[in-house]
Design a protein around this ligand. Structure first.
Ligand code: AMP
Length: 586
């Protein structure tokens, strides 16, 4: 077995994997050479599972069997039903993790089993446990779960000499986290975290989608939202336009043949300006202000005391977001590490430290102190949430408090564990419940029941209760319904392994088929728009190449395809690319 520990940023929209090589955290490209992998999983009609861009590309035509943003569902009872099997968020995430692991193994040329995985600082215990379980299903030994902002700070912090407090402003695809972190010489401590679990680039995309749909309604009287396939294309175009607007003042949104109206094709062609985009998304950008202020308040510092502001997450490339950060902090944010990659890099650095190669040289070891994102309490008489652990307490935590009974001769108590900031139990989230039985008969208020909260460095909680008189003890790690049982995890591991051994060639055949089809679509579109300007012979050649390629694509059956067939398709694609080159030059 190899002994490298990989660092994984398991993101809502994109995931990234890194490893320390020669003292640097390098990004491991996937099998397509991309530095981040879309966190998308798809189940094709013929029983294949696709992960990453292969899944993202076919999302349009297979929308109902494609899962994206599964991270939003971690720790919930959400299930994806495919052909009668219910997939949990852990299992879907495990498919993404397994792909990252395979990419890492191909890159390193040796087996990989150890990993450090990052989660948003706002993730509660159930979500952290679900992430750990996903790693286990993917055959990974998850050495540690660390908070994304801590990880980003690590990617920066290593080469930073002076002690300072920094803000990490992380706006990704689906989550917003802001953290205040103190970087010392050998310690990185999260002083406070705040954020919004449901704010990210997806919301910005949605605003553009709504705008496009409204324009289509106004100018062409078509209802795009009724056409799922059209909607998926609109979503893709919206994200593309958003990205373009980070660098340019206007973006062109061109969607030919987007849908049909009375048997006639409908084409859309519109211009979105940065000013209009800013107007459509102003409230989203503004929503980051509250958490920024909360984090500063919780850390007990003013913005002027910050030494640095780090931008993390692809959405921090949006100019209006950067402007907001400047306005909120009065500082020019740091952008000299890639916002999409730094979280994975930090995890790799942490993994390298944990793997022991460096741990022995003490001055290289970095101690991470993470915090509990929310307060933890138990329910006491009258439905009150009695707090045992304040939010933003530094991990690991070991805390005990003595409680007693409310009724005479009460022989059992229920320990109802809650997470949240509200004073009444009912307003907080239940993260576990258990009963301590066999309490010695005594009048109310006499028994002494010691309740202990232990939170390890992964942020995983164990609660126990002990009757001091009888020594009877009960405890839980997490018993929420959302947590998978060990048997379920084992079954999922077996299933995932079975999938991993599936023939690699079948996937390659599928991928090449999609790529070829996409090329045909693009060339046909270009021919349609600019074909008139070509001379006849050129046009005929392109058409011949299209039909030759199309024949091969039709013949391509993933089950039967040989490597020679794949080479023939590649060859035909190359020919078409060359002959259609004239079109793109127009
Ligand atoms: P992350 O989860 O950090 O990979 O962030 C992904 C989000 O960043 C997605 O919503 C992307 O659309 C968005 N994103 C990536 N690049 C850009 C860009 N250049 N401008 C605006 N948003 C971007």
């Amino acid at each position: 077995m190899g002994n490298k520990t990989i660092g994984i940023d398991l993101g809502t929209t994109n995931s990234c994997v890194s490893v320390v090589e020669g003292g640097h955290a390098v990004i491991i490209p996937n099998d397509k050479g991309e530095r981040t992998t879309p966190s998308v999983v798809a189940f094709t009609a013929d029983g294949q599972r696709l992960v990453g861009s292969a899944a993202a590309h076919q999302a349009t035509v297979n929308a109902k069997r494609t899962v994206s943003s599964v991270k939003r569902q971690m720790g919930t009872d959400w299930r994806m039903n495919i052909d009668g099997k219910n997939w949990t968020p852990q299992e879907i995430s495990a498919m993404i993790l397994r792909k990252l692991r395979t990419d890492a193994e191909n890159y390193l040329g040796e087996p990989v089993s150890d990993a450090v995985i990052t989660v948003p600082a706002y993730f509660n215990d159930i979500q952290r446990q679900a992430t750990k379980d996903a790693g286990k299903i993917a055959g990974l030994n998850v050495k540690r779960i660390i908070n994304e902002p801590t990880s980003a700070a690590l990617a920066y912090g290593l080469n930073t000499g002076a002690a300072q407090k920094i803000m990490v402003y992380d706006l990704g695809g689906g989550t917003f986290d802001v953290s205040i972190i103190e970087i010392g010489e050998s310690v990185i401590e999260v002083l406070a975290t705040s954020g919004d679990n449901h704010l990210g680039g997806d919301d910005f995309d949605e605003r553009i989608v709504n705008w496009i749909a409204e324009e289509a309604r106004r100018t062409q009287r078509v209802e795009l939202k009724n056409d799922l396939v059209a909607l998926a294309r609109v979503k893709e175009a919206a994200e593309q336009a958003k990205k373009e607007l980070s660098a340019a003042e206007t973006a062109q949104i061109t969607l030919p043949y987007i849908t049909q109206q009375n048997g006639q094709p409908v084409h859309l062609d519109m211009t979105l300006t940065r000013a209009k985009f800013n107007e459509l998304t102003r409230d989203l950008v503004e929503r980051t202000a509250g958490p920024v202020q909360n984090a500063l308040n919780d850390a007990g510092i003013a913005a002027s005391e910050l030494g640095k502001v780090l931008l993390v997450g692809g959405s921090t490339r949006i100019p209006a977001v950067q402007q907001k950060v400047r306005q909120l902090t009065g500082m020019e944010p740091n952008k000299n590490i890639n916002p999409d990659e730094c979280v994975a890099q930090g995890a790799a650095i942490q993994g390298d430290t944990l793997s022991g190669s460096k741990a022995l040289s003490v001055n290289k070891g970095i101690l991470l102190l993470d915090v509990t994102p929310l307060s933890l309490s138990i329910e006491t008489v009258g439905g009150v949430a009695t707090r045992l652990v304040e939010r933003n307490s530094t991990l690991p935590i070991h805390y005990s408090q003595i409680f007693t009974t409310a009724a005479p001769f009460q022989s059992s108590v229920e320990i109802h564990v809650l997470q949240g900031e509200r004073p009444m139990a009912a307003d907080n989230k239940t993260i576990g419940k258990f009963k301590l039985k066999g309490i010695k008969r005594a009048p109310a208020g006499v028994p002494q029941i010691e309740v202990t909260f232990d939170i390890d460095t992964n942020g995983i909680l164990r609660v126990s209760a002990r009757d001091r008189d009888t020594g009877k003890e009960q405890g839980i790690t997490i018993t929420a319904n959302e947590k998978m049982s060990d048997a379920e995890i084992d079954a999922a591991i077996r299933d995932a392994e079975q999938y991993a051994s599936q023939d690699q060639a079948r996937r390659e055949a599928l991928d090449i088929g999609h790529e070829a089809q996409q090329l045909i679509n693009e060339v046909e579109k270009a021919l349609d728009q600019q074909g008139k300007q070509l001379d006849k012979a050129d046009k005929k050649q392109i058409k011949d190449h299209i039909s030759a390629l199309r024949k091969l694509v039709y013949k391509n059956q993933p089950d039967k395809t040989q490597s020679g067939d794949i080479a023939a398709i590649r060859d035909a694609m190359e020919k078409l690319k060359q002959s259609s080159g004239k079109l793109t030059q127009m």
